[in-house]
Design a protein around this ligand. Structure first.
Ligand SMILES: Cc1cc2nc3c(=O)[nH]c(=O)nc-3n(C[C@H](O)[C@H](O)[C@H](O)COP(=O)(O)OP(=O)(O)OC[C@H]3O[C@@H](n4cnc5c(N)ncnc54)[C@H](O)[C@@H]3O)c2cc1C
Length: 383
């Protein structure tokens, strides 16, 4: 029997789900709020782990294409002290394939392939339990019903309220993200500082991370502990005397204020902010660590919609593997509701483990004691 299946969201999770179904010759409706595939910048780089994201791509039949697009050298990781001295300088062996990096845009294009995404179809609400299936309401007022609606619509999911009352909470750690273009030719000092992969600098309650994407493009992240409204009063919220509010939409104001947040840090590190083109404020939110829900026929969640966690290299990997596993199970046949129920149990168990690991990791990486961050690196980095 052919089921009417919709996935909401064309991120890594939703696209992997759709691509694996497509590989098995099954139809799926992909509904995405963005107006077009290039409606907004695709974001930074993702490391895809063997056994997680790479396994998902194998299930989608895309391993060879991934190998051609990915950057194993991007696994290189350097840790600096705030004075700029090198504490760790890890470089992968040439055959190291544990966590190669891929630009998000490249991954999205790879997954999109032959898929027919319906762009500009923002979902506002999903109502399970109608006689004809789960009812999807769109921002343009239209409605459609499906036998199964998969919410892969990210942190602020509009599908989630149909089955769970959980909402993301702020972790107390925020970030400002910027990017530098053409680093090798325009900023060779920065290129040397960053190396082939990433450089991270950890101070008390502060961290700076710069990460190479392909084509000499670098993403830079300033992370720090602060109340959510820290920018409304820098003196009160961050102890920066004589500084009032900061307009986060004013790139020049953000650029010139960031060094004060990293007072006493090496100039070579602070230079990472100097050439940033735009600055995006990205507070870190999470769902409860062991988020589950009462199984509801016709609707489920995967990826960030199900288990938003700190951005420490797991979220896209989990979303992709979940998408691939659910699609494979559906393709194998059987009772659709039982398949979804079993999928949820498996997802909750695995995501719970990762949610605990990443919550603990974030606390230690942006910690009052920077030695904690170094310890995290030593625990996870292959020797
Ligand atoms: C700075 C940073 C670095 C990261 N690095 C890594 C990494 O190296 N490795 C890793 O595994 N993870 C990483 N992550 C986490 C990762 O980005 C997410 O976990 C992952 O993108 C989740 O995928 P998803 O498909 O569940 O959701 P998303 O990627 O959020 O995709 C959701 C999609 O749904 C669409 N959508 C949203 N609302 C609606 C709606 N109402 N109707 C229709 N469509 C809608 C959105 O437009 C989007 O296309 C990082 C995150 C950040 C912030």
């Amino acid at each position: 029997m052919r089921h009417r299946i919709a996935v909401i969201g064309a991120g890594p999770g939703g696209l992997t789900f759709a691509r694996v179904l497509h590989r098995h010759g099954l139809a799926v409706t992909v509904l995405e709020r963005d107006s077009a595939r290039d409606a907004r910048p695709s974001g930074g780089t993702l490391d895809l782990h063997t056994g997680l994201g790479q396994l998902a791509l194998e299930k989608a039949g895309l391993s060879a294409e991934f190998e051609a697009l990915s950057r194993p050298e991007g696994q290189a990781m350097r840790i600096l002290n705030t004075d700029g001295t090198v504490l760790r300088d890890w470089r992968p062996r040439p055959d190291e394939q544990a966590n190669p990096e891929i630009d998000r845009g490249h991954l999205r294009d790879l997954l999109l392939g032959p898929l027919d995404v319906q762009w500009g179809r923002g979902v506002t609400e999903v109502v399970p339990g109608s006689p004809d299936g789960a009812l999807v309401h769109f921002a343009d007022g239209r409605q459609e019903t499906f036998d199964l609606v998969v919410g892969a619509d990210g942190a602020w999911s509009r599908v989630r309220p149909a089955i769970s009352s959980a909402t993301p909470r702020y972790t107390g750690i925020t970030s400002i993200e910027t990017s530098v273009d053409d680093v090798d030719t325009q900023h060779p000092d920065l290129a040397r500082l960053i190396g082939e992969g990433s450089v991270a600098v950890y101070g008390a309650n502060r961290a700076v991370v710069a990460q190479r994407n392909s084509g000499g493009h670098v993403k830079v992240y300033a992370k720090f502990r602060a109340p959510l409204d820290w920018h409304t009063d820098l003196e009160r919220n961050l102890g920066l005397s004589g500084r009032a509010s900061l307009d986060l939409a004013d790139a020049e104001a953000v650029r010139s204020s960031l060094p004060a947040l990293f007072d006493g840090w090496a100039a070579s590190v602070l230079d990472l902010f100097r050439y940033g083109s735009a600055f995006v404020h990205r507070p870190f939110y999470v769902l409860p660590v062991a988020h589950t829900w009462v199984h509801t026929p016709g609707v489920t969640l995967l990826g960030d919609a199900a288990h938003l966690m700190p951005p420490l290299g797991a979220g896209a990997n989990l979303a992709m593997l979940e998408g691939a596993e659910l699609a494979e199970s559906i393709a194998a046949g059987g009772d659709l509701d039982e398949i979804v129920r079993a999928f949820e149990e498996r997802m909750w168990a695995r995501a719970g483990t990762w949610a605990r690991l990443t919550a603990d990791g974030l606390e230690r990486l942006v910690s009052p004691d920077p030695a904690q961050a170094l310890a995290v690196f030593d625990e996870v980095q292959p020797s």
